[in-house]
Design a protein around this ligand. Structure first.
Ligand SMILES: Cc1cc2nc3c(=O)[nH]c(=O)nc-3n(C[C@H](O)[C@H](O)[C@H](O)COP(=O)(O)O)c2cc1C
Length: 178
């Protein structure tokens, strides 16, 4: 299956997942910035296209580019891969996945989540400030669970693993994914 992986990544986790998927699928890979420079005919030869982006406040960064293009790609296998700091089994992940696609989009795009982590050293200043404010709010919460999350995400960590690409690969290869 001739596959293209397009990604956007700030601190490297999404890029790593995009590379793992591309290697496994022998796919071409493009940073979104380069994909945006291409005209529509450049995508015509692909049977499968993956868009991988990191999660910011429950939304996949720059996903609108993919959604717009996907309207003309309904004959292809389309996968949306969200990479975030939450572990895969976090209930917020299920909610984020559910809200990621409209019912109409769900008919031709399949959404996945891969746990990444946080890398404060590579984060830009606006992201660092946003996270600082968020962590501080969580740590002041009356809810113990929220305070625990605050402590969990107040430092860099890496929970990415190549095994999380398996459902994406199975889908791209045409196997049924629950
Ligand atoms: C401002 C901000 C908001 C974030 N919001 C979420 C979120 O809603 N859910 C989540 O799981 N991770 C969230 N994250 C964590 C990133 O998605 C995570 O660090 C991801 O691995 C970054 O990917 P990258 O290395 O490709 O940039 C947020 C990070 C920042 C900086």
């Amino acid at each position: 299956m001739k596959t293209l992986v397009v990604y956007t990544s700030q601190t490297g986790f999404t890029k790593r997942y995009a590379q793992w998927i591309a290697e496994r699928m022998s796919a071409d890979i493009l940073d979104l910035k380069d994909a945006q420079k291409k005209d529509d005919s450049s995508f015509a030869g692909y049977e499968a296209i993956v868009y991988a982006g990191w999660l910011m406040a429950g939304k996949v960064v720059k996903v609108n580019w993919f959604f717009e293009k996907a309207k003309g790609w309904k004959d292809k296998h389309l996968a949306l891969v969200a990479v975030g700091g939450s572990p895969n089994d976090n209930p917020d992940v299920e909610t984020a996945l559910k809200d990621m696609l409209t019912e109409e989009q769900s008919a031709y795009i399949k959404a996945f989540y891969c746990q990444g982590g946080f890398n404060y050293e590579k984060m830009n200043l606006p992201s660092k400030l946003a996270m600082k404010a968020f962590v501080s709010t969580l740590k002041k919460s009356k809810d113990e669970k929220q305070r625990e999350v605050g402590s969990y995400i107040d430092h860099s960590y890496d929970v990415s693993d190549i095994k999380f690409i398996e459902p994406v690969v199975a889908y791209l290869q045409g196997n049924v994914v629950a």
